[in-house]
Design a protein around this ligand. Structure first.
Ligand code: ZN
Length: 484
């Protein structure tokens, strides 16, 4: 047993010699638990003491953010598009109340969320709407804020240290850090890196299977009401910097009632209905299949199908198509653009022997997303017309837009119907929102290219919207721009 423990210790690369020694005399679980308690006491002292952490109840932070659109930029590679936002978040832990809002500076959006029992709402200032949240979830909604606020993480660690482990000691920027695990309510545990000298939190990370490592780095501490708060954090996903946030103003233990008020003038709209996986026939031989925010279109060309869209869950959507026709082959799978959430389907198509169609400019990204040796990939430069015995389908590059330099849409002239991604998805006819720049660019491209679609089908909406609704959204968007 003893030698087994020593072997584990060396496997875990433990560098603190006292820790390794005690592992030989005790067992790993006890050693880890004791070490968690030692580190926690040091950390609590650094964060103003146990009483101060116990009494830490409200936090409000005003911030300015720069985001880097890794794999979500207009072009397929770096440098990634940078955008600026400003916003504020307020939390009351004992009342389980939470309010956050975020406004684009370089993009036009202004959204928020209030979690306050039966007064919980999603807010959209541009659309002037407040959507009631039927089942508000404080922990799920506040989690992202807690995870970027070291003092709140330390408070959670204090409350849940019984479930923590000591993971070891590592050097970060030449300084030794103790690393502890903290079990989260939702998702994988988070690793917390505390400086061994200052005992402040400098880094945290979580690993998601199939997605990767999400890491935060905390900088520029200042003391507010006796508690250290960071002025800055950076978010990394698989080592790529995704976000830098400057905390401009932090207040502690002040009531957050003002933030919890639904802003005056916002119109209450119907809550969004659940959206389970389903198949809809949207025109003769044209099926929209999807649910939970992602959809693909399947077009019966006569002796084969063409599939359009590459978002999550494509295999399930193809299975539902098989209930309509068990045998007719899907010959082509059209990828709308190169963004990470729209290329997941490329592998599914390739595995099924379906020829993948992409914009010429996105060929390398799509090829990279496929690990099938003999995958067929063909590209579209401007436009390609697919003809079947029953009808024709046009795949047209309507880019550039403010969202993507190239964007393939699928247009069915006989049905007057067009499939697009990320530019116009209207979930409810009563909730048309002012078009952002990307949607305005998309509408202008349809006009410029003479595409006469009356119906618009989206990769992110179960509802077929109309050209009239798109025009209305564009008018609303342009009216807002003129006001600015
Ligand atoms: Zn996109």
């Amino acid at each position: 047993m003893k030698s087994q423990l020593i072997k584990w210790s060396s496997l875990l690369c433990l560098t603190t010699s006292s820790w390794v020694l005690s592992a030989q005399t005790d067992n790993l679980t006890m050693t880890s638990t004791n070490r968690v308690n030692e580190v926690l006491e040091q950390v609590l002292t650094a964060y103003g003491g146990r009483d101060r952490m116990t009494n830490l109840n409200q936090v409000k932070i005003d911030f300015e953010t720069t985001t880097f659109a890794v794999n979500q930029s207009k072009n397929p590679g770096p440098p990634w598009d940078e955008n600026q936002q400003k916003g504020s978040t307020a939390i009351d832990l004992s009342q389980q109340q939470f309010a956050t809002q975020n406004q684009g500076i370089t993009q036009n959006f202004h959204n928020g969320t209030i979690i306050n029992g039966d007064q919980s709402h999603q807010l959209n200032w541009r659309a002037q709407t407040a959507t009631p949240i039927a089942e508000p979830n404080f922990l799920n909604t506040a989690g992202p804020f807690i995870r970027v606020t070291p003092a709140l993480l330390v408070k959670q660690l204090m409350e849940r240290s019984f479930a923590s482990h000591y993971l070891g000691q590592v050097d970060l920027n030449g300084r030794p850090h103790d690393v502890l695990s903290l079990v989260m309510e939702v998702g994988p545990a988070i690793s917390l890196y505390f400086d061994q000298e200052t005992h402040l939190l400098h880094q945290s990370e979580r690993f998601f299977v199939g997605f990767g490592l999400v890491g935060y780095r905390f900088h520029d501490y200042q003391t507010i009401d006796g508690i250290p708060f960071n002025r800055k954090f950076e978010l990394f996903i698989n080592e790529d910097k995704n976000m830098v946030r400057h905390n401009v103003n932090t207040t502690v233990n002040q009531p957050i009632d003002a933030q919890l008020q639904r802003p005056e003038g916002l119109r209450i709209v119907d809550p969004l209905q659940p959206d389970p996986l389903q198949r809809q026939t949207i025109a003769d031989g044209v099926y929209l299949i999807g649910g939970n925010g992602t959809y693909a279109m399947f077009v019966d060309m006569g002796d084969h199908f063409i599939a359009v869209g590459g978002t999550a869950g494509l295999a399930d959507r193809m299975r539902l198509l098989r209930e309509v026709d068990a045998d007719k082959p899907i010959r082509f799978g059209v990828m709308t653009h190169h963004h990470s959430d729209h290329i997941l389907g490329a592998q599914v198509y390739a595995e099924s022997g379906i020829t993948v169609i992409s914009a010429k400019a996105h060929e390398a990204v799509i090829q990279n997303a496929i690990s099938v040796a003999d995958a067929q990939l063909e590209t579209v430069d401007k436009k390609r017309v697919f003809k079947g015995p029953k009808r024709e389908l046009q795949v047209i590059d309507v880019g550039p837009t403010d969202h993507s330099s190239h964007l393939l849409v699928a247009y069915l002239p006989d049905a007057g119907l067009l499939f697009e991604a990320d530019h116009f998805g209207l979930r409810s006819p009563n909730n048309i929102q002012p078009a952002n720049q990307a949607t305005q660019d998309f509408a202008a491209a349809l006009k410029r290219l003479g595409i006469k679609a009356q119906k618009i089908v989206s990769a992110h909406s179960p509802r077929v919207s109309t050209l009239e609704e798109l025009k209305q959204a564009v008018q609303m968007g342009q009216a807002l721009t003129q006001q600015d």
